[in-house]
Write a protein that binds this ligand. Structure first.
Ligand code: FA5
Length: 344
């Protein structure tokens, strides 16, 4: 009997001590299970009651009941205190924040430099009333060469070393001029189109030559189109691309089998007035291949050269972007270096 009384007293003090050490609701739950749970210490003492005599039951029963009630009360008080403490901590977190705290910049995706420059070029031409068209990169020899007045065995084919496909007659286009033919086959003049896209040449690469690069093609066919239309259009376009109204152009004779006359158009150097390393001390920078559409090309597309004439030009988009942004190596364009690409 005295043993049981002693056990009850010990349980009370160890329960109180355990409660004092509890710091979280989770720890409190462990204490509850150990002392007050169905298989806890209190329950196991209560189960011993059945072995006591009636007299002993009368004495110990109230003691145990009192212990159970007090333990539950103490448990509830502790639980309320911990919940209150949690609420206050949450409130504190919301009330105060450090405006100077470091926040990692989220990674922002962006358009590739190619997309930027092509959109810029397209916007300029759309504002001048041009239509933007597309053409295939896998092309037949007919559209890339024959229809452009470059028959088989013509020496001009060597000017653009070609990647031939194993499928006979098919190649990776070497120039966007294929779009001239594909457009004139479908559309009757007046025609004013531009087309930007990839071209491929079987060439060794260096800082200004790649085996895969992009060109912008421009074609205008209508009645009475002349060289002055071509020169006026290219000058306006280049002035807008480089944001420089003072930019001048000059034309030199050039040979492309699909234009007659053929010219090369240079722009006045953007970086100097008296010669620098970029313009190779000439004060001019080569930018475009151009000319009046050859009558044979018009004829191949069913357009009468007696009635219609046209101009066309083509240029390398990378070389233009390199000048505009001071890029020194063409291979950076598709090198996938994020530190390069994130600058644009
Ligand atoms: C042509 O491709 C003609 N189709 C352009 C043309 C169109 C002439 C319409 C007349 C009428 P060319 O081979 O010169 O021309 O190439 C045009 C431009 O592409 C060059 O001025 C240059 O800027 C760029 N280019 C040529 N080869 C490479 C290369 N390997 N890497 C990067 N850019 C190149």
């Amino acid at each position: 009997m005295n043993d049981l009384k002693q056990t009850i007293a010990t349980l009370r003090s160890s329960f109180i001590q355990a409660l004092e050490q509890v710091g979280t609701l989770q720890e409190l739950e462990h204490v509850r299970i150990a002392f007050l749970g169905r298989q806890g210490q209190l329950a196991s003492i209560m189960s011993c009651m059945k072995n006591l005599s009636l007299e002993e039951k009368k004495l110990c029963g109230p003691l145990l009941n009192e212990l159970k009630q007090t333990s539950e009360q103490l448990f509830n008080v502790k639980k309320e205190a911990l919940e209150q403490q949690n609420r206050q901590q949450e409130l504190k977190k919301k009330q105060f924040f450090d405006v100077t705290a470091y926040r990692a910049e989220p990674f922002k995706g962006g358009l590739h430099l190619y997309s930027h420059i092509i959109q810029e070029l397209e916007d300029i031409f759309i504002s001048m009333g041009y239509q933007v068209v597309d053409g295939p990169e896998i092309e037949t020899s007919f559209y890339n060469f024959e229809a452009l007045n470059i028959p088989q065995d013509h020496p001009a084919r060597d000017m653009q070393d070609t990647f031939w496909l194993t499928l006979p007659g098919y190649l990776m286009r070497t120039q966007t001029s294929n779009v001239q033919i594909r457009t004139l086959e479908k559309q009757r003049p007046p025609v004013a189109i531009i087309s930007a896209g990839r071209v491929y040449r079987n060439e060794a690469t260096d800082a200004s030559h790649d085996f895969m690069f992009t060109q912008l093609e421009c074609l205008v066919v209508d009645k009475t189109i002349s060289l002055s239309n071509l020169l006026g259009t290219t000058q306006t376009f280049l002035q807008r691309v480089f944001g420089n109204e003072k930019l001048k152009i000059r034309a030199r004779p050039g040979y492309f089998p699909f234009v007659e006359p053929g010219i090369e158009i240079d722009a006045s150097c953007l970086f100097c007035t008296d010669g620098c390393s970029i313009c190779k001390r000439t004060t001019w920078i080569e930018l475009l291949g151009a000319g009046l559409v050859h009558p044979n090309v018009l004829r191949a597309c069913g357009v009468d050269p007696q009635e219609f004439s046209g101009f066309a030009f083509g240029m390398g988009i990378e070389r233009l972007a390199m000048l505009k942004h001071g890029i020194t190596d063409i291979r950076l364009f598709h090198g996938n270096s994020l530190s390069f690409l994130r600058q644009f």
